[in-house]
Design a binder for this molecule. Structure first.
Ligand code: OGA
Ligand code: NM2
Ligand code: ZN
Ligand code: ZN
Length: 499
């Protein structure tokens, strides 16, 4: 009934998995054209080399040396340019690939202190044109420049927030004089005598070209993802290092964002660790199951997770309209038999569904399914939600998976003729995610913590048998992506400086 021990992926020493991630990120950055491409490529190199020199690399080194090919070992020694040293690409890259949600770039636009060579106002178009020292040009609308004046009347410097109310913004303003100052700034005199001064680097960063906007969005939101299947080697780091070392914490959160799952080892085998990890980021997400929650076989369980039964692949808490973005699970005690964990990349599976069965994909991205959860825990609750199982944004890109078969309501708000097609579509998606070639299986040991993207991954558990003297016990906690991304940006600034 359970997978043979040999088929259970061991989660230790898995840095190898970061190799395809970073390699692919660089390939995609290099696919860009012009300056931004070069800068993005440079930054990808830097991010990548930091990854290798981080906790991950050191932690994974023994495993890598034991198991990796000569090519991969050579790549690791090269550190900064593994793929350059080891081209062609390593064979374990498999079919994994990057999916950029809104960009091909991996970094911000160049900030290598570009000097302003010349500025002029294009009065007809109501644009200020900046010519850079390297010959490049950027255009800025008059209205936007006036709206973003950085002077103390218009901006509260201490909060980096706009003071100028929209009611005071003349959206038809002209420009009287625009010139370059001798300290590489652009000054603008407005018709009402107001003066604005813009820093060259700040302007460069805010360039309106499609490539610069894409690069900026990628820097802010890191929406480029590394898609994976059963061949994924889960990125692994040391719990203590993540808590105490900024580089290690940054590498952890970057991999959590890009890959969707990171394994931490070396945590104490007692409660309180998921809360400490949440404190490292900001704060955790309180739900009806408490600040943190204990996954154990409980009498009169208020959730199927609190039994010793199998949990089929699911995302947590679709009964909440705003489901938790990130989940931590800390193994305090493991079952003697069973209790293995399973994960799949829900975005990748959705992409496969779209290709194999577009009709099913259309159904799951349009039908709003009812979910329900009733009981008592932190306090009493009676939740109802309506969610699309595959959530896409306005551009049709998959942004969230919402699916837990246990809390899917018996209320099904569909006309009769759409019921069977809905089941057919759901079955098609579940069949894809259950294919052995897509599932990563591992068994947690006391002191292990798995951290994953609950908007993207589906996770499950095999049924287990606990001995009374060694009861299976995981402690869990939720966070939201806003807080995690906030910490990631701060760490990136601390580690790399202001990019
Ligand atoms: C859960 C869950 C996994 C496990 O509690 O929602 O997925 O291994 N638990 O018990
Ligand atoms: N627990 C683990 O959607 C769900 O009910 C997921 C949540 C009980 C906090 C389980
Ligand atoms: Zn001003
Ligand atoms: Zn779960």
């Amino acid at each position: 009934m359970y997978g043979a021990p040999g088929s259970v992926a061991r989660p230790t020493f898995r840095l190898l998995s970061l190799f395809p991630l970073t390699g692919a990120a660089c390939v995609s950055a290099a696919a860009l054209g012009g300056d931004i491409s070069r800068f993005a490529h440079k930054l990808a190199l830097r991010e990548q080399s930091d990854m290798w020199m981080s906790t991950f690399a050191r932690f994974a080194l023994p495993g890598l040396q034991r198991t990796a090919s000569a090519t991969a070992r050579q790549a690791l020694r090269a550190r900064c340019h593994p793929w350059a040293a080891a081209a062609p690409r390593p064979s374990f890259m498999g079919p994994a690939h990057i999916r950029g949600h809104q960009t091909l770039g991996s970094a911000s636009i160049p900030l290598a202190h570009q000097s302003v060579r010349h500025v002029r106002a294009l009065d007809e178009e109501r644009l200020v044109e900046v010519e850079w020292e390297d010959g490049g040009h950027s255009l800025y609308p008059f209205t936007w420049l006036r709206d973003n004046c950085q002077c103390p009347l218009c901006t509260l410097e201490s909060a980096q927030a706009r003071l100028l109310p929209l009611s005071d913004l003349d959206i038809h303003t002209g420009v009287d004089v625009v010139e370059v100052t001798n300290d590489n700034k652009v000054s603008i005199a407005w018709p009402d005598q107001h003066m604005s001064v813009f820093d060259g680097d700040w302007l460069k960063k805010h360039c309106f070209s499609a490539a610069a906007r894409q690069a900026m969005q990628e820097e802010l939101f890191l929406n480029e993802r590394y898609y994976w299947d059963s061949k994924l080697r889960i990125p692994t780091a040391d719990y203590q290092e993540v808590l105490h070392d900024d580089k290690a914490a940054l590498a952890w959160l970057l991999a959590l964002r890009r890959v969707g799952i990171v394994y931490l080892k070396g945590a104490p085998g007692e409660k309180g660790q998921v809360a400490r990890l949440a404190d490292r980021i900001g704060y955790l997400r309180l739900t009806f199951y408490g600040h943190t929650w204990q996954v154990q076989d409980k009498a009169m369980a208020n959730n199927v997770a609190y039994t010793s039964g199998k949990l089929s692949l699911h995302t947590d808490y679709p009964a909440l309209h705003f489901a938790p973005g990130v989940q931590f699970l800390h193994c305090i005690n493991q079952a003697v038999k069973g209790g293995e964990s399973e994960v799949v990349d829900g975005f990748h599976m959705a992409e496969k569904l779209q290709r194999e069965d577009p009709e099913a994909f259309r159904t799951l991205t349009s039908v709003r399914v009812d979910f329900t959860d009733t009981g008592t825990d932190y306090c009493d609750f009676m939740l109802q939600s309506k969610k699309r199982i595959i959530d896409v944004d306005a551009e049709g890109r998959v942004v969230r998976i919402n699916y837990n078969n246990a809390t899917r309501d018996s209320v099904l708000d569909l006309p009769l003729h759409r019921v069977q097609p809905f089941y057919r579509a759901l079955k098609a998606y579940v069949n894809i995610m259950n294919r052995p070639e897509n599932v990563v299986t591992y068994k947690m040991e006391p002191g292990d913590i798995v951290t994953f993207d609950n908007w993207r991954l589906l996770h499950g558990r095999r049924s287990y048998v606990s001995r009374p003297d060694r009861l299976r016990h995981l402690e869990g906690a939720y966070l939201d992506w806003d807080e995690v991304m906030s910490r990631l940006r701060i760490l990136r600034k601390a580690v790399h400086g202001d990019l």
